[in-house]
Ligand binder design. Sequence first.
Ligand code: DX5
Ligand code: ZN
Length: 218
Amino acid sequence: MNKVIIAPSLLAADFRNLEREFEKINSSGAEWIHFDVMDGLNVPNISFGFPLLDATRKLTNKYIDVHLMIENPSKYFEEFKKYGADGLTIHFENQPNIKEQLQTIKSLGMKAGLVINPDTDVAVLEPYLSELDLILIMSVFPGFGGQKFIDATYDRVKQARKLIEDSRRCIILQVDGGVSLNNSHALICAGADALVCGSALFKADNFEGYVLKLQDNI
Ligand code: DX5
Ligand code: ZN
């Protein structure tokens, strides 16, 4: 089994002490930073955008994994690239031209991801497998950090893993929402290879140690 990618979700960081939060992230074994962009239209919350992405790029060398929860995301792909995004993940729900959007993300030199909400059928992913670097299975309804993990996610991860295996493609399978040590091991066993973790990780007394435990390393 490959090492699991841990992506601390910046939404849960202490914004009064951002530099210190980045020191914690940078000195941990977390490979990615998860960057949630919400516009108040696509989800019932507003988070952050380009100025923070610009600062994030300057504060870390880690892979910046951008999760777009915004209307008309393709309008902004180039700007996300300019400010330092390494990968962009778009929602399947209410989107036109998904294939073209994924191709554009890749043509700009970023990894392309597709995310589905907890009530979207996993099978909808199938037509897009050839364009995908990453599949994200939401384990909460998007919009807020700190929500309760939905248990039906385990079966959905297994289903998505099977789709990936059957396609013989190299696609990262990520889970986002309510991830903690209460479910990380089971998620990895179900086939997840990247875990987003916000509240549980930033609240932990030992950030670095929590990352290791999430990776099933200790
Ligand atoms: C929810 C976001 C998640 C969130 C995860 O809409 O997409 O990335 O920040 O945070 P926790 O781990 O607190 O659920
Ligand atoms: Zn997210």
